[in-house]
Design a binder for this molecule. Sequence first.
Ligand code: TNX
Length: 490
Amino acid sequence: MDLPVVPAPVRGERRRGLPFRVTAATRVVVGDDPAAVETAVLLATRLGYDLGVPVAVTRDPAGTDVVELRIVADPSRLPVPHDLAPELAVEAYRLEVDAERVIVTALDACGLLRGLATLEQLARPSETGVVVPPVLVVDHPRFAWRGLCVDLARHWFGPETLRLLVGLLYSVKLNRLHLHLTDDQGWRIDSPSHPALAEVSGRTAVGADPGGFLSTGEYGALVTFAAARGITVVPEIDLPGHVNAALHACPDLTPGGEGRPAYTGVGVGFSRLHVELPATLPFVTDVLRDVADITPGPYLHIGGDEALTMHAAEYDHLVRHAADVVTRAGKTVIGWQEAVRAPLPPGSLVQYWDERDGDAAMVAAVDAGARLVLSPASRMYLDMRYDAATPMGSDWAGYIDLRRAYEWDPATLLPVPEDAVAGVEAAIWTENVRTHRDLFGLLLPRLAAAAEVAWSPRARIEYAGFTHRLRRLTPRWDAQGLAWHRQALP
Ligand code: TNX
């Protein structure tokens, strides 16, 4: 029988014998790799919280009642295929559970975290406490980039919500949290070079709803919280369109030198930077450097979408400049698909979203050395309604029911080689998303479909099995008070 795990592992089987019981005697055992120790402490804290008693972390593997975390150098110890790309091998793991011990083995601390996510899904409450059935799981991801893009600019969701989201990503082995921090309606990150951005345009949002922004300290704390769960935060400063919030806060970015009015509507494509103004290029340099300075992760997203009122030469100039600043800050550029017009430096990531645009530009970008992150709007824009009866959400890319979010293959979506696909990213735009209920009702359960498409091997993708396994996951969402869309799960 299928193990009740989402995303489906490469290989997982139930074994004979008694379950492992997590008790007050349980200890977490770990070697001396500092990253693994941190993971062990996180696990022990969580177990201790569930049990109501402290759980020790120790080096001594002797005895039973042990959850042992092992980092090994030899891939054949898991085993993973010997030709598995290093970017995938770091997340591979082996999980063995019997009555006496749990052993998680990985090549990297990140793999340990993925094994623990599986362990947590297998763990069940019982009369005698938490039990885990005896299993053997050997697993690794299909794609390295598995993300969620959250639009904080149209409506504001603060650090608490973002931590909830990180927990959710971790539980289904998603590993990128892309923060859409700036847009026409708001600017959500403090940029020390231009304090007015957050001070003035931190306050605005769609419909004059409450705003907010992340201080650099709050952002840093979120990055650390995410990193402890194996998740990289990818910040986006959207340029050179989608910039009304910047033009509102910084009058010197407008031709007349007067700040634009705040924008609280939901239109797109009308705002732009002006390359000929003396303040513009320094602005781009400074805000990108500000965010690069507080981002330990390797990626910085420069937007580039829907700059509809700009000549190609101006667009090129600004996008090239932005890409250049990011490269000089030592980061890899990622941009929305329109940015390939610029073009981007080799090794950049291009985020595909607009299926109305045809394939040719993406094929050319791959030929020029880019890799793709796939966010096809008609599958992965989770702000779309499930169906005509969904009480809120958008529909410009059609309805997306759970099956539609699930039944597609990233390897064949575009005519490019599979290794040109870095991975998959779901997105939630928040023009119409105001509350927690709205947010989690749109994300859940479809985020689990995105996670399985991105992680599980093609051969394990099967809708009936997915919904069956998913049903075992939903009590956790209920326990967390997350309002998921029940009608989506037949
Ligand atoms: C398109 S996707 C946009 C966003 C909107 C979204 C609404 C993309 C790169 N641009 O600005 O919020 O559609 O679904």
